[in-house]
Write a protein that binds this ligand. Structure first.
Ligand SMILES: [Ca+2]
Ligand SMILES: [Ca+2]
Length: 372
């Protein structure tokens, strides 16, 4: 074969691979994100991809603390982080309430299909003037992204707890080392991306001050790890749904105390109180703490080599696999419903780290069904 013919054969082979010569069976079939990126000619197409964030500049896509509902980034893989493999989608006003990420953070990681013009947006391959958005599942019921809780539908009480246990036990597990980096994302200060917020004290502290010295922050186990003796092996001791940044001194003051009202004020922890057998964080996170405890009781049922973690109505539980006080934690959850920081945290854990959710942040009403 002469060298002259080789390129011709190559082109023929590539055209065959691309499907030229095969009659398209359905002209309306959605194209992939990579195809849309290579076809920036203003033509109208339907593109199917995973929502991977919100573009805020040509090479910047944010995955949390979404500034508004105006744009989203699609990719062919839900875990894509390279902006060169993303399509930037402009969201017209009429679709912002349903598909904007600030209003629908649970869309992150969901597959959707968008129809519009393939043209640059943010000086980057994009899609503008969309006429249709479909899929995602998160828009009609923000508490049920992608039908995550389908297996719990219609259930109450013990049956609900059992169904939720099955659903949330499907997860990625982190090592204790990986927890450091995860908390720097999940607990980032919304007004200072160099900092995290300490759970009990509410103090904003540099991410880089993680460690074991006084005034550093470390990894607080909200379900105290001695209550069930699970330590820091991969499992309940590394489950970031209940691991939070806290000041070393405050973490030590909380120790393994159960939760209850009352006591005297705790040093370096404004609004926190403690006595010999219980601790109370600042009011703004009492519901957050309660929902973390509820999550742990449902996630860990003694079927995976660790203790069955449960709530009871006691304090002074010590090393028993119980945390109290149930009646107080229920009251805290009711008085402090899920807030924006907590919801964002749940989304980030779901989309970026463990791929499971805290049901009590999505459905606060399930607390009373399981613990009447
Ligand atoms: Ca709260
Ligand atoms: Ca349990």
């Amino acid at each position: 074969m002469s060298r002259f013919f080789r390129p011709v054969l190559l082109v023929t082979a590539v055209l065959a691979l691309l499907g030229f010569g095969i009659t398209p069976s359905n002209a309306a079939t959605a194209i992939s994100v990579s195809t849309a990126i290579s076809r920036q000619d203003g033509s109208v197409a339907s593109v199917t991809g995973y929502v991977v964030g919100q573009p805020t500049a040509t090479t910047t896509v944010v995955r949390s603390n979404f500034p508004n509902d105006y744009a989203l980034a699609l990719a062919d893989s839900a875990s894509q982080t390279s902006t060169s493999a993303m399509l930037y989608v402009q969201i017209p006003a009429e679709f912002r309430a349903s598909y904007g990420l600030q209003s629908n953070p649970s869309l992150l990681g969901q597959q959707i299909t968008v129809t519009g013009s393939l043209t640059a947006y943010f000086s980057h391959p994009g899609l503008k003037n969309a006429t249709a958005f479909t899929g995602g599942g998160g828009s009609s019921d923000p508490g049920d992204p992608g039908d995550y809780y389908a297996g719990a539908e219609g259930k109450t009480g013990a049956a609900l707890k059992s169904a939720l246990h099955t659903i949330i036990s499907s997860q990625t597990k982190l090592t204790y080392d990986q927890v450091w980096d995860a908390l720097k994302v999940t607990d980032q200060d919304p007004s200072n991306s160099s900092n995290v917020i300490e759970i009990y004290s509410g103090r904003s502290i540099s991410k880089s001050l993680n460690g074991g010295d006084a005034d550093d922050w470390n990894r607080e186990h909200v379900w105290a790890k001695s209550h069930g003796d699970f330590g820091t092996a991969t499992g309940p001791g590394t489950d970031i749904h209940h691991l939070r940044p806290e000041d070393v001194t405050v973490n030590s003051a909380r120790g393994n105390l159960d939760f209850d009202n009352g006591g005297t004020s705790v040093a370096q922890c404004s609004g926190c109180t403690a006595d010999s057998d219980s601790f109370a964080p600042r009011a703004a996170v009492r519901g957050d703490v309660a929902r973390m405890i509820f999550y742990m009781a449902v996630r860990y049922e003694g079927d995976d080599g660790f203790a069955n973690l449960e709530l009871n109505n006691s304090v002074g539980n010590g090393t028993a696999p119980y945390i109290g006080k149930l009646s107080v934690l229920k009251a805290w959850a009711a008085a402090d419903p899920p807030d924006a920081f907590e919801k964002n945290r749940n989304e980030v854990i779901y989309s970026q780290f463990q791929h499971n959710r805290n049901p009590f942040i999505d459905h606060p009403e399930w607390v009373a069904s399981i613990w009447p």
